[in-house]
Ligand binder design. Structure first.
Ligand code: RP5
Length: 282
């Protein structure tokens, strides 16, 4: 598994997703909370969509809301992969630094919001052989990705870990919901395919766990993920399926992977690690 160190950029500057609210401009040298910035006072945004939703935290001012920060809080995981995060004025502080907006934006949880991302890959084939790139002489990897319905960007078919759910369950569930449209599909409902999928998703390689540079992050709420590679070496398992978008996806495809890959948040970084691991063309 790799350690990705980066200064977040997708959750800095510009407007907050689905709003016209402008983030305070935070230059790279001022991202760290250790960088002195007297008078840093970004606007606050808490989406109304979150009010009274069973999957979202109550507002911080709700006297009945007594979260256990940095702990497993009942079935809600408020621990961060990034270590112990600070609580400042009663609010969790983004461990990667300033984002130019406070509140929790459109994220359900204050502090870490845990997701899981399956990185499902197969080789690109031509006439029954792996297709080789003529310049690098390396085989071309294909990645299963979805086009997100909320912003139209291509992304890994990940999703939130439900309270109490194991990450391994989330990885398979999200893939089925978003990519094979498990609610409506008929082709793979045969018993043997169900068993194949189950066993395919037991053999993954963990690629990353930690902070996601997600455009929805704020100073007080942020995304974290566990990204796991599931590679179909011979294309006879999940690689054989025609993909069908469902749930949050508006489109889905096996996408050829190379250095031009441009996915949502910092998903491309996770995929680059898989490319190196499998010695594929980039
Ligand atoms: C990203 O948001 C994660 O890496 C994951 O892909 C996704 C989960 O959020 P939803 O797709 O459920 O909105 O930060």
């Amino acid at each position: 598994m790799i350690l990705i160190r980066m200064v977040h950029s997708k959750c800095r500057n510009g407007t907050y997703p689905f709003t016209e609210l402008k983030r305070v401009v935070v230059t790279e040298d001022l991202v760290s909370w250790n960088a002195n910035w007297n008078g840093y006072d970004p606007p606050e945004y808490n989406s109304e969509v979150l009010l009274n939703k069973p999957w979202a935290d109550p507002p911080l001012y709700d006297p009945k809301f007594e979260p256990k920060w940095n702990e497993l809080d009942g079935v809600i995981n408020r621990k961060s992969f990034m270590g112990i995060y600070n609580i400042v004025d009663g609010r969790p502080q983004n461990p990667e630094g300033r984002t130019g907006i406070k509140g929790r934006g459109i994220l359900g949880k204050w502090g870490p919001n845990h997701a899981a991302d399956p990185i499902v890959t197969r080789w690109k084939m031509v006439n029954g052989e792996k297709e080789i790139n003529t310049v690098t002489k390396l085989p071309i990897l294909q990645l299963c990705c979805i086009q997100r319905r909320d912003c139209g960007q291509w992304a890994l078919p990940g999703g939130m870990v439900d309270p109490g759910e194991k990450v391994t369950e989330t990885l398979q569930r999200e893939f089925l919901e978003e990519v094979l449209d498990s609610m409506n599909a008929s082709s793979f409902q045969k018993q043997q395919d169900c068993e194949m999928i189950k066993s395919f998703f037991t053999a993954g390689t963990k690629i990353y766990e930690g902070y996601v540079d997600d455009p929805r992050n704020t100073d007080n709420s942020w995304m974290e993920t566990v990204a796991v590679n599931f590679h179909d070496e011979n294309g006879l398992q999940v690689g054989k399926f025609d993909l069908k978008a469902g749930d949050d996806a508006q489109n889905v495809q096996w996408m050829d992977v190379d250095e031009n890959l441009n996915l949502y948040a910092n998903h491309s970084q996770f995929v680059k690690t898989v490319v190196q691991l499998l010695n594929a063309h980039w």
